[in-house]
Design a protein around this ligand. Sequence first.
Ligand code: 13P
Length: 248
Amino acid sequence: MARKLAAGNWKMNGSVAALAEVDALVADLPTGCEVLLCPPATLIAPMVARAGGSGLQVGAQTCHSAASGAHTGDISAAMLAEAGASHVITGHSERRTDHGETDAEVAAQTQAVLEAGMIAIVCVGETEAERDADVTLQVITTQLAGSIPDAAEPTRIVVAYEPVWAIGTGRTPTLDQIAEVHAHMRAELSARMGESAAHDIPLLYGGSVKPGNAAEIFAVADVDGALVGGASLKAADFGPIAAALAAS
Ligand code: 13P
């Protein structure tokens, strides 16, 4: 059984004032799962300081694939690690769309995250048009194969299934649809890395996870946690989601 992870992605939201949410979250942090928040890069170091020794982990939302150089505005994996990040999200659909990131670029970023000693949360997911065209599993196969570098150590990889049409929309796939994609991902990873390694990789579901639907999603086979957007901004929402995972 893979370790359980409740991960929050603040996206381009938050401020120093919002770090008060960290106090509320760590006051009641569940012990039955790992809990991670990925704020904007400027808040990583202050959030790490605020989390103290609570066990709350802090991550980043993307990084450049190069170690350093003439890349104005970008941040390297080593810089994020130095700021205190334990994880970096790679290949989020908003990065793929807004910044044209390809699977090859995502794989290079993922490699940089691993080389900097952190854990990569690699995101995959189909668009609504792809689901309607009944090519979801093919899309997932292609993204998984292309976005995870060959040298990746399974213990340092997390995969998040985030259907693009479920992000920020309040719509979610049926539990059967989530189960189908997660079983498919586990099978693909098993074929590539071996069954035992693949079973150690946490598979997260992301897209409109809320306190009200978290428990039923966590009961789905091969769902080891969630990557939560909007509902991770408030401890009053993210805390109960993490608690539901710990209890699952
Ligand atoms: P929402 O939970 O706001 O739908 O966002 C999901 C997401 O994109 C997390 O990375």
